[in-house]
Every structure is written in structure tokens, then in C-alpha cells.
Design a protein around this ligand. Structure first.
Ligand code: XMP
Length: 326
């Protein structure tokens, strides 16, 4: 039987064997999964790995800075940052269907990676080896829910497993695809990934793009980013980060409701709070966040975000609701 440390060692050895002396790139999202996958492959093949961080503009406040600062400082990985905000906005313009959004985001991700890989291969210190492998932090639940498991129906096409283009130029390497989240965290700790990253709450690859019900625009992203930051601040202040698996904050951009603020009538958008407790994201229950914490979040969001005049709480378990709204 395997001990925990032999799982990490085994995965490192297996990645080393697969990659050989080829080159690899890994997309960092700021989340646990891609960070652990990158640390693992970095341990396996060192500077044959280059990490690429795509700033797709669908990130939460401060996330880009965290990846550049925390992760690079801790692991010393070679990092390239690509600003692709306008590209993603253009590709998503007018699209409100959730599956279509996911497919577009997944496709653009791969295209940006391919370009980054070509740039890396063409850089001065290269000996002419093209980038062969694309490392992804796909976990077992992602595999199952995207229909990759034994006979499981496709629930959502997770962007890191579904919707890849047919002419993909890389061989995918997914060192975490047999693991659940808690195992990934253990492996991460063994590999020396800093605790702030290992214990970070999950955040979906398609980011805020699937937390806007309606089409994605720069203004709507700005609105959601502030509401999300406020909710995170208050939950952290209340000491709830470890009790909550994650708390999606969702902007219902296609819904408006009447309100009153000061002397005036408002006609704004609702924000949904979706705090959930879970072991592995396969099932979840809504977290009983104390009323006073919810009250502070609601008051602050409606005061500080002009477009939002209502805050609602999602009290649905999974199933039947998924964790994300799209
Ligand atoms: P759902 O909404 O399916 O989410 O209950 C389960 C977990 O997966 C995250 N999630 C994603 N992660 N790419 C990801 O990397 C995706 O496309 C994606 N969709 C959902 C979600 O945040 C939750 O933790």
C-alpha cells in the first residue's frame, strides 16, 4: 500500500519518465491544482518546464499579483505572464450560454498557450526542442464530471478537460487526474508549495466568466470583482475560510429588480452568495454562515457597488444545484 509521501514521489517519477528530456509548459491559474501540478513537474524536470500565466481578465481582484509574487517566490519556477484580457473579452462578446462560454474560454486558453509555447521555443536559450507537453491540474472529479470516468454523463465541460480543439499541438500530461482535492493538498505540502496556496479555496478555470449570468462585459466584470472582494474580505475577517469550501459570488446581469436608496428608486442587479461546504466538490451543502456576517456582506455590497441593489443567499445543496451557477 502507498503512503502519502510515496504518492508524491511516484507522481514525480512518473512525470519525469513521461517527459524525458522534452520541454513542457504549464498554465497557472492561481489555484491549488495548477500550482501543485506545476510544482510536481518542476520537481520532476526542473527548467524544462516553463509556467504560463494567462491573465484572461476573468480573475478576481489581486489574483494576478498573488501568482507572480507568492508562487514564483516559493518555487522558483520560470514564469511567463501573458496579458490576454482584450482577446477573451472579444471572444466572449454577446455570448450568454454557459456551455458556449466554457468552450470559448477553453479554446482561447489553448490558443494562448500555443502562442506562448512557440515564443518559448523561439527564445534564445532554447536548443531547438519544441514544447511537447502541456501540464494541466485536472483532478479526478473533473474527469468524472466531464464524462471521462466510467460511463458517467457529461454534466459540465470543465474547461481543462472539455472543449479542447481537435488540432491540439501538445500532448496533455495530467499528473493529478487520479486524486481528490484533499490528496492534492497533501502532495502540495510535501512538495513545499506554500500553505497560502495549498489551502486556497477552489476557483474555476473559466473564472468570473461563468459567474456572470448573461454575457460577459468589462463593466460587469468590474462590478462582480468588487462584490466578490467584499464577500471574501468579510468571510476571512469572520474566520470562516476553512469552514467554507468556496463561496462563488454571482452577478445576475440579466435580472433587474426595483429598489430604493436615499431618495431615489433604483433598478439594479442582484448578487448571489453561494457559500458551500464540501469534501470533494462532488456533493456539497450550503454553509450556514452566521446572519451577522451575511448582513455585513449585504450592507457593504449594496453600499459600495452602485449597480447592485439586492443580495440573495443560495440555499441549495449539490445535488440538485451545482456549486457554480453555470
Ligand atoms: P460544479 O459547479 O460543477 O463545480 O459543482 C465543482 C467544482 O469545480 C469547479 N469548477 C471548475 N474548475 N474548470 C475548473 O478548473 C471549470 O471549468 C470548472 N467548473 C467548475 C467549481 O468551482 C467547484 O469547485
Amino acid at each position: 500500500t502507498w503512503t502519502r509521501s510515496s504518492i508524491a514521489e511516484e507522481l514525480v517519477a512518473s512525470a519525469r519518465e513521461t517527459i524525458g528530456d522534452a520541454r513542457a509548459i504549464c498554465g497557472l491559474s492561481g489555484g491549488v491544482d495548477s500550482a501543485v501540478a506545476a510544482a510536481l513537474v518542476n520537481r520532476a524536470v526542473g527548467d524544462q518546464l516553463t509556467c504560463v500565466f494567462v491573465d484572461h481578465g476573468l480573475l478576481r481582484e489581486g489574483e494576478a499579483e498573488q501568482v507572480e509574487k507568492d508562487f514564483v517566490a516559493a518555487t522558483g519556477v520560470d514564469l511567463v505572464v501573458v496579458d490576454a484580457q482584450q482577446r477573451f473579452l472579444d471572444a466572449l462578446a454577446g455570448v450568454s450560454d454557459p456551455e458556449e462560454k466554457r468552450k470559448i474560454i477553453g479554446r482561447e486558453f489553448i490558443r494562448v498557450f500555443e502562442q506562448a509555447a512557440r515564443d518559448i521555443a523561439g527564445s534564445a536559450d532554447d536548443e531547438g526542442h519544441p514544447v511537447e507537453f502541456l501540464v494541466q491540474g485536472t483532478l479526478y472529479p473533473d474527469v468524472v464530471e466531464s464524462g471521462g470516468g466510467s460511463g458517467t454523463a457529461n454534466i459540465k465541460s470543465h474547461h481543462n478537460v472539455g472543449g479542447l480543439p481537435d488540432d491540439l499541438q501538445f500532448t496533455l500530461i495530467e499528473p493529478l487526474r487520479t486524486l481528490f482535492k484533499d490528496e492534492v493538498r497533501q502532495v502540495g505540502l510535501e512538495l513545499g508549495v506554500p500553505e497560502e496556496i495549498v489551502w486556497r479555496q477552489p476557483f474555476p478555470g473559466p473564472g468570473l466568466g461563468i459567474r456572470i449570468v448573461g454575457d460577459v462585459t468589462r463593466d460587469r466584470l468590474d462590478t462582480l470583482r468588487v462584490a466578490d472582494r467584499i464577500a471574501r474580505e468579510e468571510l476571512t475577517k469572520a474566520g470562516l475560510d476553512r469552514d467554507i469550501w468556496q463561496c462563488p459570488v454571482v452577478l445576475l446581469a440579466d435580472v433587474r429588480s426595483v429598489g430604493v436608496q436615499g431618495d431615489g428608486r433604483t433598478y439594479g442587479h442582484p448578487i448571489v452568495l453561494r457559500p458551500v461546504s464540501s469534501e470533494d466538490a462532488m456533493t456539497a451543502d450550503w454553509t450556514r454562515v452566521p446572519y451577522d456576517v451575511l448582513a455585513r456582506i449585504s450592507t457593504r455590497i449594496t453600499n459600495e457597488v452602485a449597480e447592485v441593489n439586492r443580495v440573495v443567499l443560495d440555499v441549495t445543496s449539490k445535488p440538485p444545484g451545482t456549486i457554480e451557477w453555470e
